[in-house]
Design a protein around this ligand. Structure first.
Ligand code: 5GP
Length: 114
């Protein structure tokens, strides 16, 4: 798993604008933002896709959402609104195979997504 891009960001081998970190979770700005705030929230362990989430990961996945809530509050988006989304495999557009929550906010977001 040493080639996983996000593991390299966790190890600081690839630079990223890191805005949140705990023992288990890291969050950083997306390189190609789709909204004024676009953050990726990842577990520090490698989980390839949603399909690979097991019961043992349930608490950890919950912590991704707690991070999203905290970051949204920090960026004053709790009331205005924001979106969290996790892609899974080809049809969703997943390109990095280490699960990540996208947190998007700072503008009105269209629905349904493309
Ligand atoms: P996915 O398409 O897998 O759901 O999302 C992957 C995201 O990772 C994309 O939004 C893409 O812009 C972002 N991304 C890809 N490479 C890098 C990188 O090296 N650094 C950062 N910060 N984001 C990246």
């Amino acid at each position: 798993m040493s080639d996983d891009l996000f593991l390299k960001i966790i190890r600081r081998e690839v630079p990223a604008d890191i805005i949140y970190e705990t023992d288990e979770v890291l969050a950083f700005k997306d390189l190609n933002p789709q909204a004024p705030l676009h953050v990726l929230i990842i577990p520090k362990i490698h989980i390839r896709t949603i399909n690979d989430i097991d019961d043992e990961h349930a608490e950890l996945v919950g912590k991704l959402f707690l991070a999203a809530k905290d970051i949204a509050k920090k960026y004053a988006m709790s009331q205005s609104g924001y979106r969290v989304v996790m892609n899974c495999n080809g049809d969703s557009g997943q390109t990095v195979f280490h699960i990540h929550l996208h947190l998007l906010g700072g503008r009105a977001l269209g629905w349904p997504p493309g």
